[in-house]
Design a protein around this ligand. Structure first.
Ligand code: DX5
Ligand code: ZN
Length: 206
């Protein structure tokens, strides 16, 4: 179902919220090494998910699972230290937030020496990333749905966007997030994409 030459990052948001432990066991049983944690503030995206206490509980109970935290927050700088204290090992923020929030967040990543990613929404011009790629982030998280909910349909324009970004930045680590299933992921392998977030296709399909 999920080929192994790919790094799958299951998004716990798509698991049964009353059975997160079961979801985490599923990740472990599948032999995967990390979990994607979608944090939403009800402002940057029209949904609220969970906060640092959930990240902390996962850290304590599943210390071997790498915690990849995706912050869909308008002001991530207010929470970055808290998420790091709670066990986040990589943090992604969005390029669409206000410039001062972005800059303050980058300073915090440097201060705490934590690998960080920059996420870009489907409608945001790729050029928005340009000023931030001279000093490259650990990864770029290309959104292939409008963020806020798991279980949405993959947006096909993502193919062209990935192709364009890849041409400009051949060495950038690119990860895709939203509506991904194994079949769609296979189509991105020729573009050198090996990292995929999987929500519904991992947790809700047999
Ligand atoms: C979207 C989140 C994604 C999403 C993944 O807001 O960032 O991580 O929940 O779930 P699927 O794969 O179901 O789109
Ligand atoms: Zn995500």
């Amino acid at each position: 179902m999920h080929p192994m030459n790919i790094n799958w990052w299951p998004s716990i948001l798509a698991a049964d919220p009353l059975q997160f432990r079961e979801g985490l066991e599923k990740i472990r049983t599948a032999g995967l090494s990390g979990v994607h944690l979608d944090i939403m503030d009800g402002h940057f995206v029209p949904n609220i998910s969970f906060g640092p206490s959930v990240v902390r509980a996962i850290t304590q109970n599943y210390p071997e699972l790498f915690r990849d935290v995706h912050l869909m927050l308008s002001r991530p700088e207010d929470f970055i230290p808290k998420f790091i204290e709670s066990g986040a090992q990589s943090i992604t923020i969005h390029i669409e937030i206000a410039e001062d929030s972005l800059k303050n967040s980058l300073k915090l990543f440097q201060k705490y020496s934590i690998p960080y990613g920059l996420a870009i929404n489907p409608e945001t011009p790729l050029e928005a990333l340009t000023p931030y790629l001279d000093n490259p982030p650990h990864h770029v998280l290309m959104m292939s749905v409008h963020p806020g909910f798991s279980g949405q349909a993959f947006i096909p324009e993502t193919y062209q966007r990935v192709q364009r970004l890849r041409q400009q930045y051949p060495n950038l680590l690119l990860c895709l997030d939203g509506g991904i299933n194994p079949k769609i992921a296979q189509d991105f392998l020729p573009f050198g994409v090996k990292d995929f977030v999987v929500g519904a296709s991992f947790f809700r399909e047999a």
